[in-house]
Design a binder for this molecule. Sequence first.
Ligand SMILES: [Zn+2]
Length: 297
Amino acid sequence: MNRLAALSLALTAPLLASPAFAQRDFSEVEIRTEEIAPGVAVLFGAGGNIAVGHGEDATVLIDDQFAPLSDKISIAIAALGATPVKYVVNTHWHGDHTGGNENFGKTGATIFAHDNVRVRMSTEQVRGDRVTPPSPKEALPIVTYGQGLRFHLNGDTINLMFLGGGHTDGDSVVFWDEKNIVHMGDLYFKIPGYPFIDVSSGGNVYAAMQSLDLVIAMIDDETKVIPGHGPMSNKAELVAYRAMIGEAVRRVEALHAQGLTLDQAVAAQPLEGIDRGEGGFIGPDAFVTAIWNSIDD
Ligand SMILES: [Zn+2]
């Protein structure tokens, strides 16, 4: 092993050994702001994309990334000319979308989410060897809903809609009716790698496809589509993403119908040729497994 390889191993080994995110250093993270319509901006930093709605009435955040970024996020919001955050909406419970809840909750924001987001954040969550403890009270959504609700704010109607979930059992998509914008949460990743279906959080690929179909039916070619992760998108790209999932599901269903075991199905590499780019945190084996578990669900 040369020195460089030894050094990089020394640097990465402690990270790999630490619980996810606990040791993560956010000091280098910069928040980049993209204004996508009058009164609506997207903040890109680390974790899920944040939408900021602001104007004459109040400032609403859709998702809030990680707690150590809250100050930088607040500075970015102020730079838009927006007032401090009054409402926070969580698209789902994952920590890269809700990590700022406690900070924004303590400074007076009211947090909204689907019923199951509060249920999962209130209790210990286990996915494989990853254990997430319950969140403090201040971080929990205090207004929850089953199907959705509407904000009438800043001259627009902001619709929070639960369409059946799929990434988890508590995914909301958020529509600005007048401005023709949708925040997809993690039902849509525009990054390398395969979709993340968190079956341990009640996710299911069939529910995800249904949710995507419902969104696609409600939007048009002018709709600005905010993915949970990755750069801004549009309907055509969302349609292609939905088609890719459908193709993957058909291939895995075929192996399932043949009576293979999950191990055999993974070994058969059914997603070969479905190019999702280099890297990403969900590889083909994880996606095949999630589809398989969705079939058996
Ligand atoms: Zn997520």
